[in-house]
Design a protein around this ligand. Sequence first.
Ligand SMILES: Cc1ncc(C[n+]2csc(CCOP(=O)(O)OP(=O)(O)O)c2C)c(N)n1
Ligand SMILES: [Mg+2]
Length: 780
Amino acid sequence: MGASSTRRLELLRELERRVLWLSAWTIHHANHIRPKRDGLKVGGHQASCASVTTLMTALYFDVLRPQDRVAVKPHASPVFHAIQYLLGHQARDRLERFRALGGAQSYPSRTKDADDVDFSTGSMALGVAITLFAALAQDYLRLKHLVPGDEPAGRMIALVGDAELDEGNIFEALLEGWKHDVRNVWWIVDYNRQSLDSVVEDRLFQRIDALFASMGWRVVTLKYGRDLEAVFARRGGDALRDWIDRCPNSLYSALVYKGGSGWRENLLRDIGDVSGVRELVDGYDDRGLQELMTNLGGHDMASVLDAFHAVEDDRPSCFLAYTIKGRGLPFAGHKDNHAGLMSVEQMARFQEAMGIPKGREWEPFEGLTITPDEARAFLADLPIRRAGPRRHLAAPVPLPDHLPAPRSDRLSTQEAFGRLLRDIARDHPDLASRVVTASPDVTVSTNLGGWVNARGLFYRRERTDVFRDEHVQSAQKWEMSPAGQHIELGIAENNFFLQLAALGLSAPLFGTRLLPIGALYDPFISRGLDALNYACYQDARFLLIGTPSGLSLAPEGGAHQSILTPLVGIGQPGLICFEPAYADELAELMAFAFEHLQAEKGGSVYLRLSTRPIEQPKRELTPALRDGILRGGYWAVPPGPGADLAIAYTGVIASEALKALEMIREDVPGVGLLAVTSADRLHADWREAQAARARGETGAAAYIEELLGALGPGACLVTVLDGHPATLSWIGAVRSQRLVSLGVEDFGQSGNVPDLYRAYGIDAGTIVNAAARALLDRMA
Ligand SMILES: Cc1ncc(C[n+]2csc(CCOP(=O)(O)OP(=O)(O)O)c2C)c(N)n1
Ligand SMILES: [Mg+2]
């Protein structure tokens, strides 16, 4: 600051009071004033808000620069909305509808809130870690001069609940950040020593400082406020400090709740005979003593500002700010206060104490010692206000008309992916310059190697490939530089998805679009599923490659054989899942993905691939076929007129389905073969058609209805994929057809492909038997 400016400090303290009031009132209004339409509690976290108001007021009303980005502690959403309300970015109506349809969200949401949320939060610790990956994304863009370099880099800031540090993904992220020499990250820990259930373990934090320090972070501890510091300098002060330092978290919290008399009793009992202590304690009435003992660093505006402004370099910084959960509210410090709400009576008393007349609760600057004009002028002059909208619009990345498919008699989709990417690196420089790849230590084994050889690994500084320098033969170059376009991550799928999320938000966050492609082993999607969901929830845009998948991995077997990922593909919003069988389909899908990643109403794309080579069809794709591949399916072998049977397959199992078709054809002429490239798309489109018909659009038809319309009225279906059978079994309901679904329901194991396919019932023989059974059942 200006911390020198006492007027500014006063203003900030006053605004802090307002933020505290508005956050508490927003929650109170939603729970006690807005009429209820169901019997459910609305909820909200008044205590979590109160502990972080000083820190957030300081940040938003003094410290933030336009290029800084913040992930707000989920349960402080009302504080964030109150701040945006005072800045004129949030409508009163949305605050009045906090937690109601169309109102301000329970947890800050990029996509659902209208007031400039930088990162969504809600699932503990993901919002914290994404700031670190956003800092890496920012470096990636800056070092390549893909964003203007004339401004200082933004700081990626997380306001962290102390219990978030229990989540393992925090430590995964710290380690990855250290490896990549991350810069410009601030984690501000609201150290209120309380979680949801209780008070946190005392010894934990003795470890935390050391941990951050060992990762190269600066640790700034804000333990005592200025009043306490001043008292420590008096006679008896050393004993008081020592007493506080030794006080267990639980006792401190309990005494905060009990207030002045509780402090007095404990202090006098424990250190009352130390010279000066009794006089010191007796110098305060109960209220004053409570004020003093809760004057922790994270509530002391001047200390907070000094700490933030003292950091001028780009070293990652962790601020451990001691706070009180529920500070200034009647349940301050109580271990059960997490979901606690002030009663109507308590609120009335709080309102009176805040000097807010009835009916003036929403007035932005009510009950302050500063005038509304002064407050408005102050806020209007803040850099984050003057800079205008912080959400950028980015120019699209120009795309080639066509991506030619790799050609071979036999190919796996995984190999085709590697070759396509290599071709993009060679033939399409505009597109290639915006592609960035990432993988959690499976770069080579997911066929990203060719791309990496062409484009190099990203690192902040040049690092040569030691094996190459030493003339040791290797097919894989491993050179690192700021120009590199592959981000190599350790084996931590949460980190991987958070990195994709951050890169996939580069357009709105930094103003330049990247096309991130991440490859991991398909089964390990489950390991990072919450982070994947988190990425999609924020509308981050990326292409996800899950490979190898299914039993088709064969000899490696067991735990590495994914079963349920096709259902993730159907169930995950914001992510379209495709599972191509052939290289030409993959080329179409990749081209589509690059468009979909950039479309206003687009999203992310997930391609489930396989390492099993299969014979490739010799065909040129017609426009109709292209269209079918993208819409989710096409007749690989169209059914004869009024056909009684069709086999529908997805992915690598195409070869078995074809074999079965040849076997069945002799007995059932006209049997059709339906290639399903995306159960997800077909299903979504079917649901959409149903909804349209429900709205009265009687002519609406789903694409799958159109496709199945080629079959006779009572035709049977057999569906098959190397994944969970439920992925395709819903197709039977589209036209009320008899359907037998084949797929994998049990854990995989080692074996060769024929043995495994037979053992799990997805081989040609089982398909033929299923078809016969379906036809027989129909006759019965
Ligand atoms: C992944 C995940 N698990 C559990 C929860 C439920 N939950 C909400 S808040 C909370 C504890 C919050 O404690 P802390 O981070 O210290 O926040 P504060 O004390 O500031 O409210 C938990 C476990 C969650 N939101 N996300
Ligand atoms: Mg806490």
